[in-house]
Design a binder for this molecule. Structure first.
Ligand code: ZN
Length: 82
């Protein structure tokens, strides 16, 4: 059984934009140009299918035995079941 989670985009590392090069303003100041990340379409998130056991292992790695709120657990591993 597999579950789909949203995780940080690997290409842009969750920043949602990628630098595409340098440009100059009208007065000669250099700045970095960005474009929306093509992998995550500028969302910063990436949907990923992982085995359920892997999700359980990830939750167990961060969850103390007393944590019973699944939302807190999901926030802790930066993932959402969708
Ligand atoms: Zn991205």
């Amino acid at each position: 059984m597999k579950v789909q989670i949203l995780t940080q985009c690997e290409l842009c590392e969750g920043k949602a934009h990628l630098p595409v090069g340098e440009a100059e303003t009208w007065n000669g100041e250099k700045y970095t140009r960005y474009q929306p990340c093509p992998m995550c379409q500028g969302s910063g998130n990436q949907a990923k299918w992982i085995p359920l056991e892997e999700l359980v292992t990830a939750i167990q790695a961060v969850a103390a035995p007393l944590v019973v709120d699944p939302h807190a657990v999901m926030n802790a591993i930066n993932a959402q079941v969708v």
